[in-house]
Design a protein around this ligand. Structure first.
Ligand SMILES: N[C@@H](CCC(=O)N[C@@H](CS)C(=O)NCC(=O)O)C(=O)O
Length: 204
């Protein structure tokens, strides 16, 4: 059975959401970074980076949340969550790389400095700068979903899941979406999917 390493309140959420979309049977091994679970010799044998998530799919060990989700969608959701056309496949990669390189760091910085760190350790200036950095990428996203409900067109795919799962931090980060209403609607559509709710329930 597919093993998903990482507590649900980590980037493993992204993979748990994917597993739920695909209706996969899986075992969640709740490796936690807070108690140094990511640093144990056993875990480092699975993922020498010492990060979560990692999967073990019948002996195929993979790390990096976006790569894991692209793999799972392609293997178990081709023609549905994973596009058939190679141009669309490339666009799914484009959006996944974009999520990691253009939005993940600033949204994480804003979330840490507005919600996660103890109050006396938060730096409101860092959070505001991070939100400012998100301005252009969020406009790009807004444009991409202005005339179609999802990033690749009419249907929800791995491209949406990967980007929306990164932006699931936007709410605790208190990112203002009022200037990007189409992106806000798209994020809501993605977040309201039953599989997303089921993955969020694991975080409580
Ligand atoms: N780029 C990696 C980042 C993974 C990552 O940094 N995960 C965090 C948890 S959300 C982690 O494992 N931190 C613990 C540590 O570095 O010890 C991915 O997307 O999978």
């Amino acid at each position: 059975m597919l093993k998903i390493y990482g507590i649900p309140r980590s980037r493993a959420f992204r993979t748990l959401w994917m597993a739920k979309e695909l209706g996969l049977d899986y075992e969640n091994i709740p490796i936690d970074f807070a108690n140094d679970g990511t640093r144990s010799p056993e875990y480092l044998r699975v993922n020498p980076n010492g990060h979560v998530p990692t999967i073990d799919d019948d002996g195929v060990i993979l790390w990096e949340s976006m790569a894991i989700n692209l793999y799972l969608a392609k293997k178990y959701g081709r023609g549905d969550l994973y596009p058939i056309l190679f141009e669309d496949e490339a666009r799914a990669w484009q959006w996944s790389f974009w999520g990691m390189t253009e939005i993940e760091r600033p949204v994480l910085t804003a979330m840490f400095n507005r919600a996660i760190l103890p109050e006396d350790k938060r730096d409101p200036k860092l959070a505001d700068e991070a939100e400012h950095q998100l301005g252009r990428p969020l406009m790009v996203l807004d444009g991409a979903v202005a005339n179609s409900p999802y990033l690749l067109g009419e249907h929800f795919t791995v491209a949406d899941l990967n980007v929306a799962s990164i932006l699931s931090w936007a709410r605790p980060a208190r990112i203002d979406f009022s200037h990007v209403p189409k992106a806000a609607d798209w994020l809501k559509r993605c977040a309201e999917r039953p599989a997303a709710s089921a993955a969020r329930a694991l975080q409580r």
